[in-house]
Design a protein around this ligand. Structure first.
Ligand code: PRP
Ligand code: URA
Length: 208
């Protein structure tokens, strides 16, 4: 599997509310977090586990647990920040790295302005987060940056994707699994996703 588009009523329900221009900032933030959490169940299906012994009130048993320290959550700033808690709710011990990218308003070319990654990231399973996969430029550059740091295991998760962005990431980084809750119709002339949800960063942080 390289690209997974979710076909789940619970996610569709939440994405429909997320898209609405009537949805206020607080609810928008909560929905981004909730959708990320639900998508994470699929994205972490193959998370590495180790055996532990647990004492129940009745006896001891062998169980499996995920090695949280082997997981790095990397949001693409700003909008990816809104997704971090969705993954942290499942793996509170996961490390967090940050990659700052902004799109040029005219050309939509991504520009990196910040990068701080956990030590030893090259050995970790990285989940790269950004709610919007539009032209795919930001995701591709962020993946390229992680690979330059030696990261081998990367998954990319977005809430809204579109054919252009999905194709670009799949072509440039076929080794990266891509998870999108929905694949929208197209980009408009300003490189915004249609029908989309508008500017995710502005809606998360109230900068409209
Ligand atoms: C948005 C979004 C992605 C990028 C997607 O960020 O959060 O990072 O655009 O577009 P692309 O696929 O065409 O690269 P933006 O640059 O608006 O910055 P922000 O998160 O700070 O609002
Ligand atoms: N970034 C957004 O926030 N929304 C889009 O539709 C495209 C890029």
């Amino acid at each position: 599997m390289a690209v997974m588009v979710f076909d789940h009523p619970l996610i569709k329900h939440k994405v429909a509310i997320l898209r609405s221009k009537e949805t206020p900032m607080k609810e928008f933030r909560e929905l981004v977090e909730e959708i990320t959490l639900v998508m994470s169940y699929e994205a972490f299906k193959d998370a590495p586990t180790h055996k532990v012994t647990v004492e129940t009130p009745l006896e001891s048993c062998e169980q499996e647990m995920v090695q949280e320290r082997s997981i790095a959550i990397v949001p693409i700033l700003r909008a990816g920040l809104g997704m971090v808690n969705g993954v942290h709710k499942i793996f509170p011990g996961a490390r967090v790295g940050h990659i700052g990218m902004y799109r040029d308003e005219e050309t939509a070319e991504p520009h990196e302005y910040y990068c701080k990654l956990p030590e030893g990231i090259e050995k970790m399973n990285v989940i790269l987060l950004d709610p919007m996969l539009a032209t795919g430029g930001s995701a591709c550059d962020a993946i390229g940056l992680l690979k330059k740091r030696g990261v081998k295991n990367i998954k990319f998760m977005a809430i809204i994707g579109c054919p252009e962005g999905i194709e670009k990431v799949s072509k440039e980084h076929p080794d990266v699994d891509v998870y999108v809750s929905t694949c929208d119709r197209q980009l408009n002339e300003k490189h915004y996703i249609l029908p989309g949800l508008g500017d995710a960063g502005d809606r998360l942080f109230g900068t409209i």
